[in-house]
Design a protein around this ligand. Structure first.
Ligand code: ZN
Length: 247
């Protein structure tokens, strides 16, 4: 048996070594135990349902940086509802409170360092919390591994189960993964089918060549060269517009 102090009410809490989670017998707080001490255990509820997650993905896929018609041709191969564990560190940095989020699970997850934990939505994670059929990803990174490299002084640390939709999709016979933050609806993606920039390069190169030739022509006939340049400008605009809309 080992013992620690409840981070909420300071009551002594005893637990078997090797136990990760324990309940304070005094205030009933769910506490998790790490080599660095005791902390709270929270979860952020899902506020984005599966259908909404798919809708957000489609809207994201239709964005200008994505491959043409990605929204229409991406085939969703699977969608998983998960609670991903992160550590939330509250630090006192020169009198100011800073909140830092670090992964507690070793699975790679795009956008993880950009996760923001909404202060108002956070709930104590205990037996009463409904996980709504989500898969709980097990924490397998020790909190201690972060403690030394964080700025300032420790104020509080907690394990937070963060709600995500993990989606796999296939486009052009390749598989991609996207993560939808089920708290804010934000989309995270490490790589995705991007819009080809070749067409833009062709337009730019053609415009450059035309201007160079017109520049030479201007040495003999300024008026003709000037009107050709005007036409070139119109042509480049029209071609760029076409590329932006259709390719
Ligand atoms: Zn307590």
């Amino acid at each position: 048996m080992a013992s620690t102090k409840c981070p909420k009410c300071a009551a002594p809490v005893t637990f078997d070594t090797g136990t990760k989670f324990v309940k304070c017998s005094y205030c009933e707080s769910q506490i998790f135990i790490d080599r660095s001490g005791a902390g709270f255990y929270y979860a952020v509820p899902f506020s984005v349902a599966e259908a909404d997650a798919i809708g957000l993905f489609k809207r994201w896929a239709a964005g200008p940086a994505r491959a043409k018609d990605l929204d229409k041709h991406a085939q969703i191969a699977g969608i998983r509802k998960q609670y991903f564990p992160v550590y939330m560190f509250k630090r006192d940095v020169k009198g100011r409170e800073e909140v830092l989020v670090e992964p507690a699970g070793s699975t790679t997850l795009p956008g993880l360092h950009k996760l923001r934990i909404p202060a108002g939505d956070i709930k104590i994670f205990d037996e009463g919390f409904d996980i709504g059929g989500a898969e709980l990803v097990k924490p397998d990174i020790e909190m201690l591994s972060y403690m030394d490299s964080l700025p300032g002084k420790a104020k509080e640390q907690a394990l937070v189960y963060f709600p995500i939709w993990r989606m796999d999709y296939v486009f052009d016979q390749k598989r991609f993964e996207v993560v939808i933050d089920a708290s804010t609806g934000e989309i995270f993606s490490a790589n995705f089918p991007a819009r080809s920039s070749t067409a833009y390069m062709v337009v730019a190169a053609a415009g450059f060549v035309a201007f160079a030739l017109e520049g030479l022509l201007a040495l003999s006939s300024l008026a003709v060269a000037a009107s050709l340049m005007a036409l070139t400008v119109v042509g480049i605009f029209a071609a760029s517009y076409y590329v932006a809309r259709r390719l």
